[in-house]
Each structure stands twice: as structure tokens, then as C-alpha cells.
Ligand binder design. Structure first.
Ligand code: FES
Ligand SMILES: [Fe+2]
Length: 381
């Protein structure tokens, strides 16, 4: 192909199909995969409208009335805890004349009231009041409810799926659960959290999350001494939705509070869900990240750090140092990935050869991507 001709959608899909075979090419995606609007449209339809997306931790939704709202690939979702304790994921778009009921963010309320004409919805999305609507005989208030989405909770992580009939994700996550059992994640509490915007395509961000090779360059001062970029990572591809990676640590970690096995003492234990979340457990802490695309070249990065209650707040100085280190690592990834996004837009960009150090994770991600996009063409998903 000429460097001046961009491939169309069918050519991109044909290249993606190559990752489904038993001997996938050890090559990165075609550069246009990160910039083509047609592929982004297909991703919105076939991936983000029907996959489980990590949007919060239950600490953010502890009490009735707590809610978290996010935008994902052009669609809004709010998750709220109702008075009966149940979580509801729903579309926060007013059923009257479509004004959004909440802005992205977290908050607490007893109802969602539309700012336009004051229609009011309960925490379960049911209409509670609509001024001066009695004269409209075609309107039945009791049938008016915000569209409901699927919601799932696993070890305190809250996932939503715009497809209300989606296959539950719990069984898939449970396949990886034994690897994380000793970390007692369900007991941990949030000690740091963030919401950032990175200017990069979501796949640039996710392939980075699937490899440790980039520690050599992007994190040479911060992570390289602890998690060397030249290590061979071990990958368990449990299902199309769940992948576990072990990143060897330079030195075994010791925990006074957790009984970790040898594998857990000598590796960063990573759980990745397709399409867009990751968490890593090491020693007494877990870092979680969710990469929610807001546009073809923008990702909202939400996440946080957890530790056991006995350790949280034991030392303000240690907590501040840990938060600063995590912020620095996030900053290094952001700088690097935003630079890559400028690179993939070059007319002279081509597919690159992948190192054996990055192939296990990155090719697994590409395989999931290809399966999700090619849909019914592929068997066994
Ligand atoms: S658009 Fe919400 S009350 Fe009119
Ligand atoms: Fe990184």
C-alpha cells in the first residue's frame, strides 16, 4: 500500500482477522486503526455498546443516593444506589425533551431532577413527578422510566453494560479469582483516586496496559528498578473478557498482613478485562484503572489505589509518597501515549514488529479486539 493511501474499513478488518489464527503476525495494528472514524463507529457499536465496562468502586457508591456518572464512547450512564440498597445503571437522559440529568462525576442526591422543566426521577430511574402533564392523555407517568442497563459488582468493582441482556461477567472474572484470593481485595479501602483525560486512542492505551516492555523507556526511573521491562511476563487468557498477567518483580515483596504465596510474592499480579480495564495487585495494595474512551482520540482514565483498612492512614507521609509515585507513573504513561497518538497519525507510519517481551499480552488484546469486531464471523467467542 502506498504510504499516502489510507486503508478502508474492510482492509483494516482483514488485517485484524490475521490475529485470530494460530500464528498471528507479531506486528502492531495498522496505524489507521487508531485514527479511522469508520473503525471507531464500529467499535462503538460492537464493543462499547455491549461489553462490561468498569466505572466505579463500591466505596464511591456506599450509601443510598450515592451516584457515579460517566460518558463512554458518546453515551452517558449513571449508576446510583437506591434506597433498597440495589445498584441501578441507567441512561441519565430526561425522557421529556432529552436534557442530560447529571454531568459526569460523582455525587449524592435523593432524586435526579431535570434542570429544563423539572421532571423528577427516583434513584431507580422511575418518574416521580412531572409538572403540568395531567392534560396530556397519551402520557402515562407510571410507565416512564430511564432506560436500564446491566450492572455487576465483583470484589467491590462496579461494571456496567449498555446491553441489558448481556451475558453476566461474574463467571468470567471468577476464573481469575484464585490468583487474587490472598490479597483480600474485598476488604480493601480506597486511599487515592483520580480522573484524568489522556489524548490518545483507547487502543494505544490498552496495548500499553498489556505489556511491561515499555517500562524500559517510559518508566525507567520509577518502575524499572522494581518491575524490569526486560522480564518475560506470563499470560493466562482465561476468556474473551478476562486475562491475567504476571510481571516478575526484581525482588520478592513481603507483607506483614497478607499471606501471599510464592507466585504472589514474586510477581505483580494483573487482571485485565476486555475492552478497557486493568488492576494490579502487589504486596498490600491494588491499583485499578479504567480507560473509558470519550472520542476517537480521547480517553478518560479513572482509577485509584486500595489497601487494607489496617494500613490505610497509618502514615500520612507514606500515603502521600505513594500517591505521588502513582501520579508520576500515570503522568509518564500519559506523556508517552499522547506522543504515540501523534505518531500513529503520520502519513509515513506503518505496522511495527513486536518484541517477544510484549507479544503475549498485546497479541491477546488484538485477538479479543478482532473477535469483538468481526462478531459472527468468528466461532468460539
Ligand atoms: S427536558 Fe427534562 S424536564 Fe424537560
Ligand atoms: Fe506504563
Amino acid at each position: 500500500m502506498s504510504v499516502l493511501t489510507k486503508p478502508g474499513l474492510q482492509e483494516l478488518l482483514a488485517d485484524l482477522r490475521g490475529y485470530l489464527g494460530t500464528e498471528p503476525p507479531a506486528l502492531s495494528l495498522p496505524p489507521a486503526a487508531y485514527t479511522a472514524p469508520e473503525l471507531w463507529e464500529l467499535e462503538r457499536e460492537r464493543i462499547f455498546s455491549r461489553s462490561w465496562l468498569l466505572i466505579a468502586h463500591v466505596d464511591q457508591l456506599a450509601a443510598p443516593g450515592d451516584y457515579v456518572a460517566v460518558q463512554i464512547a458518546g453515551e452517558s450512564v449513571v449508576v446510583a444506589r437506591a434506597n433498597d440498597g440495589a445498584l441501578h445503571a441507567m441512561s441519565p437522559i430526561c425522557r421529556h425533551r432529552l436534557m442530560p440529568l447529571v454531568e459526569p462525576g460523582a455525587g449524592h442526591t435523593d432524586a435526579f431532577t431535570c434542570g429544563y422543566h423539572l421532571w423528577k426521577y427516583g434513584l431507580d430511574g422511575r418518574l416521580r413527578g412531572a409538572p403540568f402533564m395531567g392534560g396530556n392523555k397519551a402520557f402515562t407517568p407510571k410507565d416512564c422510566r430511564l432506560p436500564q442497563f446491566a450492572v455487576a459488582e465483583w470484589k467491590g468493582f462496579v461494571f456496567v453494560n449498555f446491553d441489558a441482556a448481556a451475558e453476566p461477567i461474574g463467571d468470567h472474572l471468577e476464573l481469575a479469582a484464585p490468583q487474587f484470593a490472598n490479597f483480600r481485595i474485598e476488604e480493601m479501602v480506597l486511599v487515592d483516586s483520580w480522573s484524568l483525560e489522556w489524548r490518545a486512542n483507547w487502543k494505544v492505551v490498552m496495548e500499553n496496559a498489556h505489556e511491561n516492555y515499555h517500562v524500559l523507556g517510559l518508566h525507567r526511573e520509577t518502575l524499572e528498578p522494581f518491575m524490569p521491562g526486560g522480564s518475560d511476563i506470563h499470560v493466562e487468557h482465561y476468556s474473551p473478557w478476562v486475562l491475567h498477567a504476571r510481571i516478575p518483580l526484581a525482588m520478592p515483596v513481603d507483607s506483614e498482613t497478607l499471606e501471599l504465596n510464592e507466585i504472589q510474592r514474586t510477581n505483580g499480579m494483573v487482571l485485565l478485562t476486555f475492552p478497557s480495564s486493568a488492576f494490579i495487585a502487589f504486596a498490600d495494595q491494588v491499583v485499578w484503572l479504567s480507560f473509558l474512551p470519550t472520542a476517537i482520540d480521547r480517553v478518560q482514565v479513572i482509577g485509584g489505589v486500595f489497601t487494607l483498612p489496617a494500613l490505610a492512614g497509618t502514615s500520612e507521609a507514606v500515603a502521600q509518597t505513594q500517591a505521588a509515585v502513582t501520579a508520576m507513573i500515570n503522568e509518564e504513561d500519559q506523556q508517552g501515549l499522547e506522543a504515540v497518538q501523534r505518531g500513529v497519525s503520520s502519513r509515513f507510519a506503518e505496522r511495527g514488529h513486536l518484541s517477544p517481551k510484549e507479544q503475549p499480552g498485546v497479541l491477546a488484546f488484538y485477538r479479543n479486539l478482532a473477535q469483538a469486531l468481526l462478531g459472527d464471523e468468528t466461532a468460539g467467542r
